[in-house]
Design a binder for this molecule. Structure first.
Ligand code: PMP
Length: 277
């Protein structure tokens, strides 16, 4: 497998990461996961824009333009002959002695990118999944795709230990998102999802779902859902790069739509499938 390390392609066994990398010590960096379908990236432009924005928000100065990075990622796909899967890319603030303050200009950010296996979660997409509700204890800049994923990791693990596929996070009385996905509720044919502000990651799949709704006459409103109103939902679903659109049929012990995927969710799954074809 070829790995892209700071603009150079290397074999996996030629790559080593310094233990004083700030990504390793502080989680001081940002990342992207980009889906590959039929040998091409899906929504590369949107992923690259989000990557550039995330880096800017944490004041990492990229050494390459978005165009240069895109060209390198295309070459990475070609070299590895990826057909279906995903590419993981991360940048950290660089390697230096362990101090909180940013290092000087001489310390360069470290970028690494490599293919990761990824396939459709077909069973979950077909049958639907269970979510486990819990308090969102993450920081207040969830819009940045930060390497600091401790809040997300703990939430996913707790969900798993409660027999759920994904966590459903609430901050006080409002639902925010999943540990690695965006959440949507459907009521009287209208789709509701948290506004794209600092409390959630504006998912690329979420952007595509918003677009699909606009193009196909489905009503989607970016409005917070109250945890107390989950009982009134007709349908629910989550989205992410790796999950695509997955129906939610249970939230803890509560069934959604009698425990089967609903028609609006099915329609969005169909539209999404059509788009990636
Ligand atoms: N929210 C969080 C917290 C995530 O980690 C992810 C997955 N990266 C998403 C939402 C979904 O984003 P995307 O559709 O870009 O994968």
């Amino acid at each position: 497998m070829y790995i892209l390390l700071n603009g150079k392609f290397k074999q996996k066994n030629e790559v080593s990461i310094d233990f004083e990398d700030r990504g390793y010590q502080f989680g001081d960096g940002v990342y992207e996961v980009i889906r590959v379908y039929n040998g091409s990236y899906f929504a590369m432009k949107e992923h690259m824009e989000r990557f550039v924005r995330s880096a800017k928000e944490i004041k990492i100065v990229l050494q390459n333009t978005a165009e240069e990075l895109t060209a390198m990622l295309n070459e990475l796909l070609r070299k590895n002959q990826v057909q279906d899967g995903a590419v993981y890319m991360q940048i950290t603030r660089g390697v230096t002695g362990r101090k909180h303050l940013f290092p000087g200009q001489d310390v360069k950010p470290q970028i690494v990118a490599y293919p990761i296996p990824c396939s459709k979660p077909a069973a979950e997409q077909e049958k639907g999944i269970k979510l486990h509700l819990m308090e969102d204890v993450r920081w207040l800049r969830c819009d940045i795709k930060s390497l600091n994923l401790l809040g997300n990791v703990l939430a996913k693990q707790e969900a798993f230990e409660n027999g759920a596929y994904e966590a459903l996070l609430h901050r006080g009385e409002h639902i925010t998102e999943g540990s690695s996905s965006n959440f949507y509720g459907v009521r009287n044919g209208v789709i509701y999802t948290h506004p794209a502000n600092n409390l959630i990651l504006n998912g690329i799949t979420r952007m595509k779902v918003v677009e699909l709704c606009e193009k196909n006459g489905l009503t989607l409103i970016e409005e917070m859902i109250k945890a107390d109103d989950l009982v009134n939902l007709d349908e629910a679903f989550i989205t992410s790069t790796t999950s695509e659109v997955i129906p939610v049929i249970e939230i803890d012990s509560m069934k959604v739509n009698g425990g089967v995927p609903g028609p609006v969710t099915r329609e969005l799954q169909r539209l999404f499938e059509e788009m990636i074809d």
